[in-house]
Design a protein around this ligand. Structure first.
Ligand SMILES: *Cc1c(COP(=O)(O)O)cnc(C)c1O
Length: 371
């Protein structure tokens, strides 16, 4: 079913206020130290889809457990996709999000790959506004804090046959997020997985689906055991080219900060919106940007001959994380004690300045959510 076949467009949302909403004092305690993904706001969005009626029954309802039949398709065949974006509070109190149309389009691409129905961009953005309209007070205001918004879609038909589900539900939940780095942005070491890959040719690597994350947990654990914060995956086909981290894209700074290199999108890499934004900001600065194949050998040699001076990872949650070293069974590339790179931090600053409304939004990347 295509988007236009939905029963009503745009969708109209109905609100059922929570009877258990936290009061201001309780909320302030949580917002003082929210952590990440631990606390949730008082409401959530729910929209149902059936093969007969398309998208319907759009609602804002109290946050709470879902009722799923044990035979629901998502529990058996992982027909699930999600998105992640943030709401930022600006100095004047207004609430904004960053390039939500890009998240909407990516959710549509993920939906196509997982044989789920597509949700129109307008309905996606309206679902964010609807949640912020009731739970806007959960958007924290301390520096570098935000409200992390998690839209997701699940197959909830009660049926064990293997085919696309004829019943689907879309939800949006939201969770206040503290500053990702406490006491300043700290570089991390990452672990090169030589045994596992996260995606294969023709697989689901470019879709934001839970299954990709399930497959990354074991190698991620291996990274932890080796003292690393994240795992780096190579492409599954040749095992030579760098794809990305478990949940972040990767960049290399070359030639004294004048060139940025990132693996090209081959279908096995998630098309990060942070990645896309960094490419634009680097071009704005007059830097050369190359999207191409990158090998571990190039990384090793570039560090040795001084042509690669900085490496960083990027994604909505941490924005930009400096990478000091790559560890693997073959040894270490880089210096685990190296400080964060200058260009890395400068791009990070520029991106967060745009997101928090501290500088002009020259690309029109911000969408207001509370008006
Ligand atoms: C979400 C995600 C990213 C980062 O995407 P952003 O849009 O920048 O948040 C990178 N890699 C994977 C595997 C992801 O799931």
């Amino acid at each position: 079913m295509t988007i236009a076949e939905s029963s009503t467009f745009p969708l109209k949302f109905e609100l059922t206020p929570s009877q258990a909403a936290r009061d201001e004092a309780e909320r302030e305690v949580i917002l003082a130290d929210p952590g990440f993904g631990k606390h949730f706001t008082d409401h959530m969005v729910k929209i149902d889809w059936t093969i007969e009626d398309g998208w319907h029954d759009a609602e804002v309802i109290p946050y709470g457990p879902l009722m799923l039949d044990p035979s629901a398709a998502v529990l058996h065949y992982a027909q699930e996709i999600f998105e992640g974006l943030k709401a930022y509070r600006h100095a004047d109190g207004s609430i904004w999000t960053f390039r939500p149309g890009k998240n909407a389009e990516r959710l549509q691409r993920s939906a196509r790959r997982l044989a789920l129905p597509e949700l129109a961009t307008e309905d996606f953005i309206e679902s964010l506004k609807q949640l912020v309209a009731v739970d806007g007070s959960w958007v924290p205001s301390a520096p570098e804090t935000s409200l992390y918004i998690r839209p997701f879609m699940i197959a909830n038909e009660s049926f064990l046959g293997v085919r696309p589900s004829q019943r689907v539900a879309y939800y949006v939940i939201a969770s206040p997020a503290g500053a990702y780095f406490h006491g300043g942005v700290a570089p991390v070491s990452i672990w090169l997985s030589t045994e596992y890959s996260r995606a294969g040719r023709g697989g689901t690597g470019a879709a934001k689906c839970g299954g990709n994350y399930a497959a990354s947990l074991l190698p991620q654990q291996e990274a932890y055991e080796n003292g690393c914060a994240q795992v780096l995956f190579l492409d599954g086909e040749t095992g030579r080219h760098i794809d990305e981290l478990g949940g972040m894209n990767i960049f290399f700074v070359h030639d004294g900060g004048t060139k940025l290199v990132t693996p090209r999108l081959t279908g096995t890499i998630l098309e990060g919106i942070t990645r896309d934004s960094i490419i634009q900001l680097a071009k704005d600065r007059g830097m050369t940007v190359q999207e191409r194949d990158v090998t571990v050998e190039e990384w090793r040699q570039g560090v040795a001959d001084g042509s690669i001076t900085e490496v960083f990872a990027c994604g909505t949650a941490a924005v930009i994380t400096p990478i000091s070293a790559l560890k693997s069974v073959d040894g270490v590339i880089g210096d685990e004690n190296a400080p964060a790179g200058e260009l890395t931090m400068s791009i990070r600053q520029e991106l967060t300045d745009i997101q928090y409304g501290r500088v002009a939004d020259r690309h029109g990347w911000l969408t207001r959510l509370d008006a």
